[in-house]
Design a protein around this ligand. Structure first.
Ligand SMILES: [Zn+2]
Length: 249
């Protein structure tokens, strides 16, 4: 990006409510919970559908398949919530420790911290005098914020939120685990397995494409990857269900 565009961007960002500012804030603020939601949804469809298909392939009754699906929904939601909570909590702890250390350093040695910030801008390509000016002006406005962003890479608006990640992934798991359960309830007895598989794979393709879209990746490739993965999981559990159904039942 040329210097003119950088200046233009900075101007747009400092003017309150400029269009650039809004777009950027939305993107960085949303990506965390959208990631959790998409992961929870994919996981819900693959694991619940596979579980139900595995049970169905053992020639179990509709009631037994339904119980398996609902148990899978509840267990999966809880396990997603716990897993996300633990992983995002540890991320938050390390962010907090970094911020605390930065606060102490800013209090104890403000001058060398200012130098440090200026050096970061020198490394990015500013000349020393300008880098110092930038460091001073950013520090005058929000000293800790400037160090967090440019030294630690932590944005105030995108700090890790464990509770949010936990309930979003649990809720999205719960919602999308309903897809294979609905297929079971709607399909005639002879078509249970194909109906569960088909509705689940179509939903996975749509979710995969959406995930690729928000991540800025190829929609087709993302959809194909998650659909193939899901199909493989269902095929394997169907096979195992069939073998167990024959040998145990
Ligand atoms: Zn610092």
């Amino acid at each position: 990006m040329g210097p003119k565009r950088i200046v233009a961007r900075c101007l747009m960002k400092t003017k309150s409510g400029g269009p650039m500012k809004q777009v950027e804030m939305h993107r960085s603020g949303r990506i965390g919970w959208l990631r959790a939601a998409v992961l929870g949804s994919d996981d819900a469809i693959v694991s619940t559908a596979s579980l139900m298909i595995g049970v169905a392939a053992s020639s179990a009754s509709k009631a037994a398949i339904l119980v398996a699906g609902v148990a899978g929904l509840v267990a999966g939601s809880m396990s997603m919530a716990v897993g996300e909570f633990v992983s995002v909590s540890s991320q938050r702890d390390s962010e907090r420790a970094d911020i605390e250390r930065e606060k102490r350093e800013l209090a104890d040695q403000p001058q060398s911290e200012l130098q440090e910030l200026a050096m970061i801008y020198v490394k990015r390509g500013l000349e020393e005098g300008l880098a110092m000016k930038v460091a001073e002006q950013l520090s005058a406005r929000d000293r800790l914020g400037a160090h967090m962003l440019d030294e630690l890479g932590i944005r105030q608006t995108s700090l890790a939120r464990p509770m949010q990640a936990a309930w979003i992934s649990a809720a999205s798991f719960g919602c999308f685990a309903v897809v294979p359960i609905a297929a079971l309830l709607l399909a005639p007895a002879a078509l249970r397995i194909p109906a569960i598989a088909a509705l689940s794979l179509v939903s996975l393709a749509a979710l995969g494409g959406f995930g690729g879209h928000i991540g800025g990746a190829s929609v087709g490739r993302a959809a194909l990857r998650v659909t193939l993965g899901g199909a493989l999981a269902m095929a394997v559990t169907a096979l195992i269900g069939r073998i167990l159904g024959v040998s145990v039942g």
